[in-house]
Write a protein that binds this ligand. Sequence first.
Ligand SMILES: *[C@@H]1O[C@H](CO)[C@@H](O)[C@H](O)[C@H]1NC(C)=O
Ligand SMILES: *[C@@H]1O[C@H](CO)[C@@H](O)[C@H](O)[C@H]1NC(C)=O
Ligand SMILES: *[C@@H]1O[C@H](CO)[C@@H](O)[C@H](O)[C@H]1NC(C)=O
Ligand SMILES: *[C@@H]1O[C@H](CO)[C@@H](O)[C@H](O)[C@H]1NC(C)=O
Ligand SMILES: *[C@@H]1O[C@H](CO)[C@@H](O)[C@H](O)[C@H]1NC(C)=O
Ligand SMILES: *[C@@H]1O[C@H](CO)[C@@H](O)[C@H](O)[C@H]1NC(C)=O
Length: 688
Amino acid sequence: MHKKANPRSILPIFFLFLFLKTHTSHGADTISANKSLSGDQTIVSAHGIFELGFFKPDGPNPSKPSLWESFDHPTDTWLPGNKMGYNKKTGEKRLVTSWRSPEDPAPGLFTLELFPSDNSFGLVRNKSDKFWSSGAWDEKLGAFSLTPVMKVNGYYNFSYVSNDNESYLKYTAFCSSCEMSRIVMHFSGQVRVLILTPNIDWRWFASLPTQLCQVYAACGAYGTCDESSLPFCSCLKGFEQKSRSNWDLEFYSDGCFRKTELQCGHNSGHGERERFLKMQNILVPKNEQFVQVENIISCESACLNNCSCTAYSFNSSGCSIWMGDLLDLQQLKAANKMGRTLYIRLAASEFQTLKHKKGLIGVVVGSAAGSVVLLVLILLLMLRRKKKAWTGTMMEGSLLAFSCKDLRNSTKNFSEKLGGGGFGSVFKGILSDSTVIAVKKLESIVQGEKQFRAEVSTIGTIQHVNLVRLRGFCSQGTKKLLVYDYMSNGSLASHLFHGSDLNILDWKTRYQIAIGTARGLAYLHEKCRECIIHCDIKPENVLLDAEFCPKVADFGLAKLIGREFSRVLTTMRGTRGYLAPEWIAGVAITSKANVYSFGMMLFELVSGMRNSKQIEANGKLKYYPSMATSVVVEGGDVVSLLDDRLEGNADEEEVERVCKVAVWCIQDDEAHRPSMGEVVQILEGIVR
Ligand SMILES: *[C@@H]1O[C@H](CO)[C@@H](O)[C@H](O)[C@H]1NC(C)=O
Ligand SMILES: *[C@@H]1O[C@H](CO)[C@@H](O)[C@H](O)[C@H]1NC(C)=O
Ligand SMILES: *[C@@H]1O[C@H](CO)[C@@H](O)[C@H](O)[C@H]1NC(C)=O
Ligand SMILES: *[C@@H]1O[C@H](CO)[C@@H](O)[C@H](O)[C@H]1NC(C)=O
Ligand SMILES: *[C@@H]1O[C@H](CO)[C@@H](O)[C@H](O)[C@H]1NC(C)=O
Ligand SMILES: *[C@@H]1O[C@H](CO)[C@@H](O)[C@H](O)[C@H]1NC(C)=O
């Protein structure tokens, strides 16, 4: 299907928008609210130099000099059919430029450009820092080398044209739901694909680069980007946001400023020198300078002795220092080996402020010491109250006992639903210390209070890197809520089936998800004291953290639900395609039922589509698992089973291994299925 509407028909929306906003009075050179401009009507500037209206390429009045046309000069918006590129004869560029800030449409920091040097397109910050590239155009492939998915995404047709006169890239949409699309060079530094929904709002569909922290200096000078926290950007200690209102609108690139200016070279008045603040696991700025010194002390003084030095870092390979503004810092997790310890230069008074605060607390505590008896009394009273009504937060074993009211507040009255399932719906919440949590509202628990608590604390003791961790709960009468760690990348299902096709999971990630999930299940089956049969393994219940590490969710709940379990099971039968035959046969269920479901999920990981979807093979409609099984059993080409969107970009041996394990797992006779422990070993390549 091709796009039917002429892209030019979208233009009126932009013109009117602009003018309704800025003009209200009547007259020949203005247009007011409730007035329209259509057909041949135009408005002309006071001195008759500029004229605004809609013009056909050869009309409406050919005798007039051709007017500047917005379509040839995209600002921050790249429309379907619009050329993005450059003119080889005149050297003129047609780039897409971000706004300066959320409220200022003047040319901003970021541009989307086509590069003559290597026939690639990419993103540039401040005219000089090229920080993201599509890879060179590959004529044979018909795609850009690093973003082959642009060719087969199923939504947009990008075409690259290079002739004697010009080189450009343009796109058309060829799915009915994305016909009204636009691509915006957003002021954050990301290119965003937006789609107009039937209820006339622009939905954010995909972005390049996919993560904000991949944008060069996304958080501006002296800001750090942290993919696992919200908001992504924060200022270094001792620095403040340049514009609070801009940061609130998710515009971070204007960065932060020093609260106390450095006094370098001058006497600070207190005779104290500037000092350095230690920050760990930082991805450091690239513009480092190396200094030949023996130890960290000489490294520090090398920085201190030069007034423009703002930071240093020392490791076994030597000393690095940074001059001028610190750009492009990232806060990494401790496990990430790219991180280094960075020392940031701050005014001496910044450290005095810290000391002063400590002193103040000392005074308060000291004066309060006189009324210790009173304090103890109040504390005892509070504890008694808490024990009765479970208000506030208390530890119970390794779990936190919350008050249900607090959880209702932290989830804004259960307003942001993350998902649902047989056991109840899950909502996003934020605790007062700004920890993001996922709160599960359990439905119709009939267990007694004591039994419920016992069961919950059993689940609380089960901890594994591939299992979603239960942090706490609340229990008040029939109200039962469970509190889990929040997984920022959502469920595997959302990436496999509903995710944007421009950033699908690559094969390496999928393989790691297969191994991780298998490890989590193997732990549940074999390592923990009370064997837990998960019972509901499907891509919806495999969650992904910020690093795409898989975590199995919902384990242990079957037992918690108790007698109500049969009702849940009925709902689960709705989730066809994952249930082992023994469920239907009504015989005793063992952990091998999970192995079956896991095998079914592996097929979806390979194909990127639901097993329940029928596909055509040799003129017959078949389900993917049965087709894949024939291919594996007959020794056919397993790569042909791979998700089309990966374009064959996968390790053939790994694909074969996953397909074989899947076939092994989904055998009707549970005795023939492997254990999860065996599955892990095969996927890790230990057993063949
Ligand atoms: C604009 O038009 C709408 C409906 O046509 C009308 O309700 C409204 O009063 C008008 N506003 C002005 C400022 O004329
Ligand atoms: C952009 O580059 C210019 C010239 O190199 C520099 O003066 C300016 O500070 C830069 N702006 C930002 C926001 O980095
Ligand atoms: C994509 O665009 C090219 C060039 O304009 C055209 O030849 C091709 O048929 C288009 N493909 C689809 C699926 O629209
Ligand atoms: C390039 O420009 C010249 C002069 O305007 C024109 O005659 C020619 O057809 C153009 N070539 C292409 C491939 O568009
Ligand atoms: C500080 O470092 C800069 C950049 O390396 C250098 O140009 C300058 O001379 C240094 N200043 C002193 C006082 O060493
Ligand atoms: C030390 O820092 C240098 C400079 O950035 C880096 O290349 C090197 O990998 C680091 N070495 C260690 C052991 O972390």
